[in-house]
Design a protein around this ligand. Structure first.
Ligand code: ZN
Length: 92
């Protein structure tokens, strides 16, 4: 999916519509002791296996999150794009 590099949208600090630069939100580093990370690492052990009667689920895309930076006050705010996409956003 394509998305513009610059968007004119509302800035809560300037309290008016200004141009914003758009970027994808980058994922932070995983915390090694977090419960989700430990569960995931435990799931990687062994040889996989299959249970009878379990249906395979079709992969769903992700909702992309973007950061918008106001060109006037440099304030950043995030926005989630509602459409699910398989691929990462392209900025055109
Ligand atoms: Zn602003």
């Amino acid at each position: 999916m394509k998305y513009p590099k610059e968007v004119r949208t509302y800035c809560p600090k300037c309290k008016s519509h200004t141009t914003h630069k758009v970027k994808l939100v980058s994922k932070g580093a995983a915390r090694p002791m977090a419960i989700g990370t430990r569960k995931h690492e435990r799931s990687l052990l062994g040889h996989g296996g299959k249970r009878a009667g379990e249906k395979t689920v079709k992969k769903q895309g992700k909702r992309q999150k973007i950061v918008m930076e106001c060109t006037q006050c440099k304030k950043k705010h995030e926005r989630v794009i509602g459409v699910r996409t398989r691929k990462k956003l392209e900025f055109a």
